[in-house]
Design a protein around this ligand. Sequence first.
Ligand SMILES: [Zn+2]
Length: 228
Amino acid sequence: MRLDQIEHATSNLPQHREVTALEDEARTLDTQLVNSRTALSDVQRDVDKSEADVQLVRDRAARDRARLDAGTGTAKDLQAIQHELTSLARRQSELEDIELEVMERAEGLAADVARLEAARAELAVRVGELEALRDKAFAELDAEVEQIGHSRADIVAGVGDELVRLYEKIRASSGGIGAAVLRQRRCEGCRLELNQVDINRLTAAAPDEVLRCEECRRILVRTADSGL
Ligand SMILES: [Zn+2]
């Protein structure tokens, strides 16, 4: 039956599977993003600390140079300052190497974060598009289920035993589908479009007359969308 096919199609929509797969991918990316952002903020703290360390040494050296320039103090004092300036320069060089290294690590991590954010944004767009396609497919299947429900109700309510027997007979000989909706001049059973002569005949038929498709002989169910 078409209803079984619809049920199968509803639970096996390819878009549904793709959305689920992409959502898994999105969760993985989110985890990677959290990790990368955390690592970046840790390294950023190291960068800040390195900068502060270097600045301390620079300030100290600047004060020493000011004292040398002022020329006050004994020769021994000045020699001691000179000596300290030499070791401060070495210390500054070491600290700047460390600073450079953590800055490079920060840059690498910032690039990771940017790359992950871009991938995440792109994924969000793809998920959105797929969800729209999936929901459209769901809506179409739902509409068809509703249509079939109406068709059945029409058949059961509006007809007697004779038509039910006819329906069962056609159903047995037509692959399980005894009646088909006539939609936009097309028999939904055999998918063939009716010719103008048939359409004229159907249009002229009484509302309670049993109509059959000329091609597949199924009972045709008229709706507002039949094109009559
Ligand atoms: Zn047909």
